[in-house]
Structure formats: C-alpha cells, structure tokens
Design a protein around this ligand. Sequence first.
Ligand SMILES: *Cc1c(COP(=O)(O)O)cnc(C)c1O
Length: 389
Amino acid sequence: MFELSERLTKLPPYLFAEIDLMKKKKLSEGMKVIDLGIGDPDLPTPNHIVEAMKKAVEKVERQKYPSYEGMYEFRQAVSEFYMRRKKVKLDPEKEVISLIGSKEGIAHLPLAFLNPGDVVLVPDPGYPVYHAGTILAGGRPYHFPLKDENEFQPDFESIPDEIVKKAKIMFLNYPNNPTAAIIEKEKIKEAIDFCIDNKIILAHDAAYSEITFDDYKAPSFLEFDRAFEVTIEFNSLSKTYNMTGWRIGFACGNSEILRGLLKVKTNIDSGVFEAIQEAAIAALRGSDEVIEKNCKIFAERRDVLVKGLKEAGFEVKKPKGTFYVWCKVGMNSVEFVKMMLNKTGVLCTPGIGFGEYGEGYVRFALTKSVSEVEEAIKRIKEFAKTLSR
Ligand SMILES: *Cc1c(COP(=O)(O)O)cnc(C)c1O
C-alpha cells in the first residue's frame, strides 16, 4: 500500500542484513558457525571507560539534552588526542564536532553540500555508507576503482573531467575497509591538491586510524600542508576503544565544512547523550596502552589467518592496518561465501557487497579469538582442496 521513495528503492539491500539471514539458517540447522563476516570486535570496552559512564549516568545534569556540537570538554579531549597521536592542532571551539558514531556524520555530510545531480566521488570497493548517503541526498555517486595493481589507492587522473567538474565531495578511507590497504603520504598530498584545485570537499574516513601493526602509524590527513582548506576527517571511538555499541564519534578539520554538517544535524538529531561523552572523554584522555594492547591482539590473529589462507592456496597480503584481511578468490564472491558457509560454517563477506570492483574478493574480519581463527583455517584448508583452481 505504501510505496517506498525512489531514493530508497535505489539503495541496495543492506548487505550485512542478508548475510545475517544466511547465518541464522545455518545456526538453526545446528552448524557451529565461525563468523568472520561482520566488523564488530569481540573484545570488551576497557573497564575505566565503562566506569566513567556508570558515574556519569547518575548525574542529573548529564540527563538533559546535550548540545548539538558536543560538550566542550569532549571536543577538548578530541583535540588533545589528535595532538598526542597525530601532532595535529585542532581548535575545540570550531574544528571538532561530536557525532552519533562516525557513520551518522558520513551519511549526513552529502545533505549539507549537494544539490540534485551533484556528484560524489566514492571509492569502490568501499564502505557502503558513502554511496547511500549520496543517494539519500539526491546526489550521484561516481565510483572510482581501488585496484590491486595500485595497492588499492585511488588514481585521480582516471576520473573523467566532466565528473570532476560536478563533484562536490570525495570520500577516502585509510586504513581501508574492506581492502585493509594503507595510503602513501605522496597520495595524501595528491588528494589534497586535487581537491583544492577542483573545489571538492575531501572527506576522510579515519575509523581505523589507530588500528595499525608492525610499527606503522596511520597519519591524519590533517597533518599535511593546506589540508585544512578542504578536509573533514571522520573518526570514531568504535574501533579504537572497542565501543561500537556506544555510538560516539567525531568530525574534525575545516570549520566551514563542519558548520554545514552541524546545520543538518541540528535539524535532525539532538546530540550525543552526555554520559556517553563523559565515557569518551575518559577513553581519549586515558592510557594509550589499551589501544596498543588491542592492536597486538588483532596482529596475532592476522598472522594466523594470513598464514593459513596462504597455506590453503589463497592470494592474500599481510595488512598493516584495520582488522580485516582482503582475500582474492578468483570467482563470484557471493557464490564463494555461500559455498564456504555451507561446507565449513565459516562466514566471511563477499567483496561485491562493497561495490563492483570488490568482485572476486572476500573480506575476513579478525573479530574472533586466535583459537577460533585456527579452527576456521583448519576447515578452510579442507574446503580449499575441493576448489578447482
Ligand atoms: C566501522 C566503520 C565506520 C563507522 O563507525 P561508527 O561506529 O559509526 O563510528 C566508519 N567507516 C568505516 C570504514 C567503518 O568500517
């Protein structure tokens, strides 16, 4: 009786919902499923953060409507964090706003700057929200490929001039979900120049900025010359502190872009529960040891998974960041995932769910213990023998 809007029907069904159905079916059949599909860490939020929330929730003043842009102390804690970890100076007054998770900000940014028909440059494969946010704002996503031969980094030259002319926003994301690639400094400089030259907002999604391995530290795009002229950087407590369920993130960088996003948000939401912001302050000002501990755990799992996948005959690289492993399967990715789930109970995510250039790959998430990853590898090795390659 009620027809969905054209915008909504243009959106693909949310990939993870479909995969969840497949998994439920297997579970109901009594199979022991090892879910390396969804990117939600199994590790708990560190205790001092939970304790800060407990204390804050009892205070009456924290139970009121929060401010739209976030508590000043939260924004200050973000700027301390960026100074400490990235050597980037942020003015808490104008260059930081709170978000209800970075996904919220990413989805809303196009609403602030697009007119009908305007183009957004979206990495493919990529986090589906860049595409969805663009469609919901009446814009046109242009998918530029992240290719294996370019180490999954963008090639700006390959984007046609007439597309560049209509582009208002370009999304980038490093360390990258789903490919687990990192970006070279030269490429970041290129991105900034490209966006300055063409008056494009550079929207960098830095959700995995702290999840890095082997002495690699992911730079903030804001470290680079002239970045503040065009860059909004999205970041989040979700991955850094195992706080995916808490829903708190932030955007920082160019104050004009932040003001635009904030204007959208003041008309849609009413900020982040202040008790959660207090917990986030405790996280951002707390010891960085919890981050390092986290990375060590993911690195250990990564080593087990990458070694195992290689032994099973797959083509994989050892990632320097994120908690994903991007694996070439050389066949239809949905077929592969279904087949592997059916035969082994191990679940991963088909690359096609991240865009057409993700086809032929699958993504494994390192969100299960080493012993579970070992068990998954045991099953995958048996399964791989049955594949004709
Ligand atoms: C997890 C993730 C986010 C969103 O995280 P929030 O929980 O909404 O802060 C954003 N971008 C990428 C690439 C992610 O993987």
